[in-house]
Design a protein. Sequence first.
Length: 327
Amino acid sequence: MRFVALAFSLTLCPKPLMRPTAIETEIGQIPLQNCLYNASGARCTTGEELDSLARAPTGAVLAKSATIAYRKGNPKPRYRDIPFGSINAMGLPNLGIDFYLDYAAAFSAEKPLFLSVAGLTTAENHTLLKRIQKAAGVGAVELNLSCPNIPGKPQTGYDVAQTEHLLQGVFAFYDKPLGVKLPPYFDRVHFDQMAAVLNRFPLAFVTCINSMGNGLHIDVERETASLKPKGGFGGIGGLYAKPTALANVNRFYKLLDGIPIVGCGGVQTGTDVFEHILCGASAVQVGTSLMKEGLACFTRLGEELQSLMREKGYVRVADFKGKLKSL
Ligand code: RRO
């Protein structure tokens, strides 16, 4: 009888005998069943793309950065896969905020929908956020301070005073979960200055990093740039960006007073996800790998992360989050 009960529990109820490794997490007050989700911009502009992301094994769905009006974006070719990553000069193509608000109102997946906002002026950002504040179905907003591809518009995140001014205006009226997406920083003083500003506001999260702005990739055969807009200059993502992304995640993890970090940049394997979390990320976005591999990347990355966690004896994300050791 005891043998039968044991055989039953081994075949039908294997879970209690296995070591569970969960990749659920939370970004501050926002629980996610999976620490992975898409980066804004990667396969998340249209309703069909957002529906596919809603069905994928991810913790959230994040939409393409929205402006008030529909934008066609820059002329093509404006995105290329390149050997160790990607280059893009998309120019903020999006369907306009009305589309994303309607999509949010009808969203019924078992995970949060995040909207991304990238107004071209402070006033446009305020208008967008006032609309979102009144809307239903929006889990959080990622305010994009770092689009590198709008000719004549510098990245707000590279101007500390402008960032402070924008956030002062936003938090004067906005009281729902809102985070910011930062550009990469390369100088320790710049980390300190931006962190000092961000610490003054009730941010739900800080996403590090957007693409590394204004790289140039050459098509040697044609002796041209690989992209058409902006003389070929575009944001670099993928493995090229990983060490910079990890440095930004880790520096802001240390400098911010408890504001959760979302890591983004160079995630190709479960080990890359692990490294982001070790550096302090609470959740990790995937951009270039999603563009190159499609939605299948999420199953693979989740399995690779869990397998590494098992090898190392970690049971949950919190066991190693931010626990980068010193040498
Ligand atoms: O659309 C773009 O050109 C773009 C945006 Br909004 C962004 O935030 N980051 C990027 O690499 N491209």
